[in-house]
Design a protein around this ligand. Structure first.
Ligand SMILES: Nc1ccn([C@@H]2O[C@H](COP(=O)(O)OP(=O)(O)OP(=O)(O)O)[C@@H](O)[C@H]2O)c(=O)n1
Ligand SMILES: C[C@](O)(CO)[C@H](O)COP(=O)(O)O
Length: 379
């Protein structure tokens, strides 16, 4: 990957989606994540991301968008919105800027890399496009009246990349704007290099585009399921730690770490979904540094490993099996703590408990068992 320290990204998302109709398309759900969140995530490796929004959407953006993005109020046209984003970068020392439609959530790393690489090699401007492959007709009143040559015709996409100084000067020189930034750069006399576009990098413009995007994501979706099971025996003590919550009890759980049986089962479920073995592989019990360790370290590691592989945690379900202590009064705190460690909403985590009807080792009060399931999603 190129050095991106000199790059910023502007994501335009201030439009109202009038051709699509209904609520603004960038805020709609696309297979479990908003269109805009997907567009932003595609540029996660860039150090500076500016998201241009309608002033009406600022409140929801603060609630719904995560990560280090700068929110800027856009204008009445796409060009006005881009200009607002560019003005924020003036004097920032940034050299190159990529300008991307928030309504193109399926842009691939390859398409982005093509633009970055053209700029890094010295181009003032570069943008992805696809050659027109269908025959082109002229028509009148629903009848074909002639053939239009497709030679040299391309379908424009984003991100469109520029030297920051060049595109800011072009916007200032032509405040009337244009359909896209390539047109303004050309008007200002810059040559624009065409890089490889992709069919999947569609702009959501009309209703059926959503169906197509869902199909593309469905094909690319990678869903993993993992399970985990753990048992710890009781020994003399005055508390147990379960799913990160300390509960006063007349026994404690025996273990090399803090013996948090619920968190261990969940950690193993995530490792299992990644085909990454279990806690013992990542944190060997023979290693003295994990003696008495807070099991949050293990769970956070499993969550980070999933994220580094491009997965998000869809949901997790933990069941604690014991006669005592009573779990119900603490289940909400456990849910919040697990969600906090994994960096996901609490609504994606369930913690529940059951007894084993006084049967077996849990029934005799010799220890606590836990089972957990986790789903991971990519795409
Ligand atoms: N005043 C505007 C208009 C558009 N955009 C953004 O520019 C991108 C491409 O525009 P388009 O598909 O035309 O979006 P809309 O303007 O929302 O759609 P429509 O033209 O159908 O109203 C979108 O991400 C849109 O949010 C913007 O930031 N500010
Ligand atoms: C920038 C763009 O996506 C290039 O294809 C396009 O110009 C955006 O708006 P449009 O109104 O749908 O042309």
């Amino acid at each position: 990957m190129q050095d991106l320290s000199q790059f910023a990204v502007i994501i335009t998302a201030a439009g109202r989606g009038s051709r699509m109709g209904g609520p603004p398309k960038q805020w709609r759900d696309l297979n479990g994540k908003s269109v805009l969140a997907r567009s932003i995530a595609a540029f996660a490796q860039f150090p500076r991301i500016i998201v241009v929004l309608s002033p009406d959407d600022m409140g929801r953006a603060i609630d719904e968008l995560s990560g280090p993005v700068t929110l800027v109020a856009g204008g009445a046209t796409r060009s006005d919105s881009v200009r607002a984003g560019l003005e924020v970068l003036d004097g920032s020392g940034i050299r190159h800027v990529l300008i991307h439609d928030g309504a193109r959530p399926l842009v691939s790393p390859q398409v982005i890399a093509g633009v970055v690489s053209a700029l890094a090699q010295g181009a003032d401007a570069a943008a992805p496009a696809l050659p027109v492959s269908d025959a082109l007709w002229r028509s009148e009143d629903g009848r074909v009246t002639g053939l239009q040559s497709r030679d040299g015709l391309f379908r424009a996409q984003t991100p469109q990349g520029f030297s920051l100084d060049a595109i800011l000067a072009a916007h200032r020189a032509f405040p009337e704007g244009a359909a896209d930034d390539v047109e303004l750069a050309r008007r200002a006399g810059h040559e624009v290099v065409i890089t490889a576009g992709a069919e999947d990098n569609l702009k959501l413009t009309y209703g059926p585009d959503f169906d197509r995007a869902r199909r593309i994501l469905g094909d690319a979706m990678d869903i993993r399921l993992g399970n985990g099971f753990d048992v710890h025996a009781f020994e003399d003590g005055d508390h147990v730690t379960l799913c990160g919550v300390r509960i006063a009890h007349d026994r404690t759980l025996k273990g090399h770490s803090d013996a948090d049986v619920g968190m261990h089962a969940l950690t193993d479920a995530i490792y299992g979904a990644l085909a990454e073995g279990d806690i013992g592989r990542h944190f060997p019990p023979s290693d003295p540094q994990w003696k008495g360790a807070d099991s949050a370290v293990f769970l956070a590691h499993a969550g980070d490993l999933a994220r580094s592989r491009g997965f998000s945690i869809g949901n997790a379900d933990v069941t604690l099996i014991c006669e005592a202590p009573k779990i119900g009064p603490h289940a909400g705190d456990m849910q919040s703590r697990l969600a906090e460690i994994l960096g996901i909403e609490a609504a994606r985590i369930s913690v529940k408990a059951t007894t084993s009807e006084r049967l077996g080792f849990t029934g005799r009060g010799e220890g606590i068992a836990a089972i957990a399931t986790a789903t991971l999603m990519k795409g």
